[in-house]
Design a protein around this ligand. Structure first.
Ligand SMILES: Nc1ncnc2c1ncn2[C@@H]1O[C@H](COP(=O)(O)OP(=O)(O)O)[C@@H](O)[C@H]1O
Ligand SMILES: [Mg+2]
Length: 579
């Protein structure tokens, strides 16, 4: 795990090495200061040697200055190294996420990915800074101060033999006790992000259903849970300070008592006593720091694991070595295709699908919600891979194609399509990077989008807000269709993409398809029978199985499901014309 993370240090290796070096220098200065202070007291003050006092005083100021400078430098390098490391880590994660297939994304939830990219990275960043700075400083200080004390007086230093284990065991006990609570906190953060993200994303729905109170309560519950977990953890951690104070003062008391006797008997000087007391505080506070860093590192270990999980995740959809970059035509074949979202052959969403669609055909797809219409078409541009069997485009297994080539030739307007913040032109250029104005207007005309875009004051330069909130549902759908048309695909799939468009416009769009892109294979998933009435053939799908595949006229004679939908819509007139 560490190796995997360390890869992201890259150009910040220099800072990562310089920070500990300056920490070492800083510690040396801090250890020397009490040492020279002792000689000022013993040789200067006791003997009344003013010259010596001044000389050593200046030396002390220089040492203190150096210690400060080294401290600042090590702090700066550590901050630079850890911030740079975090930046690289975030980049690496983000790049990998961009490669994720739909099933990879299903595995991690979106909010969990967000937590991993933010909170978890911050934890690791803080831990890294601690490691290259504090974790070097603590033990080093402890050892140096101990050596100095032993050099001054062996007898006094035996006090530490008791104090260090007592404090050490106590602190580590606290750290280990508190750790599970902290661990739970981070798990709960995922939930919190989930709730916040869902709420903010769909704030309009929340408002229109007047569900604010419910949402507030949902949020309150989780944030309360986090509060309680933190409180539990802090309740334990709070014992750190009294334990620390107790040991420090006890030690100082005992040191003074022992040293007093030694001073009287002449085997120790007052100067030495002052430095031993300073060393004692240094030793015990280093222990405290070590235990704190210890907790930090355990906390960040779970964060690090969650980051590595994302870094290690291999896209389930990869290009083959000699991937084909040419799609012959827009024919589609499904040969004995089974598909399961969870890769479980017992939980099949699509069962035994056999389909043969000729290039240039217009195919309607009809079926109830949840019948797996979207699932069926998602296999064509390889958004998911089949569990069994094979899907062919242009007579070749889709897994043989270069993914980019395949997805350029198979344009799909997803059911839950989104526009990104930017102008209409920016959004259209997702279909074709360097599309000219003429091309864009042409595609928009085919998608029946040109007319309403022209009525906007800024026309094609109209700014679309994030998520496309400033255009209507039907307008958004038409821009999405135009965006797909710009690809000039061999296969065009519309997954319920005209549901918010009125029937007249819907039929105009289909007419444009028929006349202007006759060679393109068109798959149209629709709720409305009118959207598929003029298709060459219609697939009727139910519960993951194809129950019929025939011309609309034949289906009307033979297929019960088709008849039912037809009768309910045409005779019942239940055609929701939303605009
Ligand atoms: N990403 C997914 N992970 C797991 N199950 C899914 C996923 N998407 C859809 N399903 C399930 O697959 C079935 C078919 O869904 P879908 O193809 O979206 O139906 P339709 O488009 O016909 O309404 C449903 O039972 C749905 O719950
Ligand atoms: Mg669907």
């Amino acid at each position: 795990m560490i190796k995997k993370l360390a890869k992201s240090i890259r150009e910040y290796k220099k800072q990562s090495i310089l920070a500990p070096i300056f920490v070492v220098l800083e510690v040396i200065m801090e250890i020397l200061i009490p040492f020279y202070m002792a000689s000022i007291i013993d040789k200067g003050i006791t003997n009344g040697n003013m010259q010596y006092i001044i000389k050593m005083g200046i030396l002390l100021i220089v040492l203190a200055g150096l210690s400060l400078t080294f401290g600042i430098l090590s702090g700066r390098f550590a901050a630079k190294a850890s911030a740079g490391f975090a930046q690289n880590l975030r980049k690496d994660m983000f790049y990998n996420i961009q490669n994720f297939s739909f099933s990879n994304i299903d595995k991690f939830s979106t909010s969990s990915l967000v937590t991993r990219l933010t909170t978890d990275i911050t934890n690791v960043q803080n831990a890294y800074q601690m490691i290259i700075r504090v974790l070097i400083r603590g033990p080093l200080m402890l050892i140096f101060a101990l050596i100095m004390t032993i050099r001054i007086n062996i007898e006094v230093s035996t006090i530490f033999l008791v104090a260090i284990p007592v404090l050490g065991v106590g602190l580590f006990y606290i750290a280990i006790k508190a750790h599970p609570h902290f661990e739970k906190v981070f798990k709960t953060y995922d939930n919190l992000n989930n709730v916040v993200q869902e709420n903010v994303n769909s704030i309009r729905v929340v408002k229109s259903y007047v569900r604010e109170d419910y949402e507030i309560q949902k949020f309150g519950n989780i944030s309360n849970k986090i509060y309680n977990l933190f409180r539990k953890a802090e309740k334990i951690v709070i014992f750190n300070s009294p334990l620390m104070q107790f040991t420090v003062y006890m030690s100082i008391l005992i040191i003074s008592w022992v040293s007093a006797k030694l001073i009287v008997s002449g085997s120790m000087t007052t100067g030495q006593l002052t430095s031993v007391i300073v060393y004692a505080t240094q030793i015990l506070s280093s222990l405290m720091i070590i235990s704190m860093v210890f907790v930090m590192i355990i906390i960040s270990r779970s964060s690090a694991e969650r980051i590595v999980e994302v870094l290690d995740e291999k896209s389930t959809i990869q290009n083959k070595k000699n991937a084909k970059r040419k799609v012959k035509d827009g024919s589609i074949d499904f040969n004995n295709v089974d598909f399961s979202y969870v890769g479980d052959k017992k939980k099949l969403t699509l069962k035994r699908i056999n389909l043969h669609i000729k290039s240039g055909e217009t195919i309607g797809i009809i079926g109830g919600t949840g019948s797996a219409k979207s699932t069926l078409v998602q296999l064509i541009p390889r958004l998911y891979d089949v569990t069994n069997g094979c899907v062919k485009v242009g007579g070749r297994d889709v897994r043989d194609y270069d993914i980019e080539t395949l997805r350029d030739e198979v344009a799909m307007v997803l059911q839950k399509n989104v526009l990104f913040s930017g102008t209409i032109k920016d959004n259209l250029r997702w279909g074709k990077k360097n599309a000219t104005d003429e091309e864009m207007i042409k595609a928009c005309k085919q998608a029946q989008a040109d007319s309403f875009i022209q009525t906007f004051p800024d026309g094609y330069d109209t700014y679309i807000e994030q998520g496309g909130t400033n255009v209507s549902g039907g307008q958004k759908q038409r821009i999405c269709i135009a965006r797909a048309l710009l690809k000039k695909p061999k296969i065009l799939i519309l997954d319920d993409s005209t549901s918010a468009v009125d029937t007249k416009t819907d039929s105009l769009i289909r007419k444009a398809f028929r006349e202007e892109i006759p060679g393109t294979t068109k798959l149209i998933i629709a709720q409305r029978i009118s959207s598929v009435e003029d298709a060459d053939r219609v697939i009727v799908i139910d519960n993951g199985e194809i129950v019929a595949f025939d011309t609309p006229a034949n289906l009307l004679k033979t297929n019960k499901i088709y008849q039912e939908v037809y009768n309910s819509q045409v005779n019942g007139g239940d055609d929701n014309e939303a605009k």
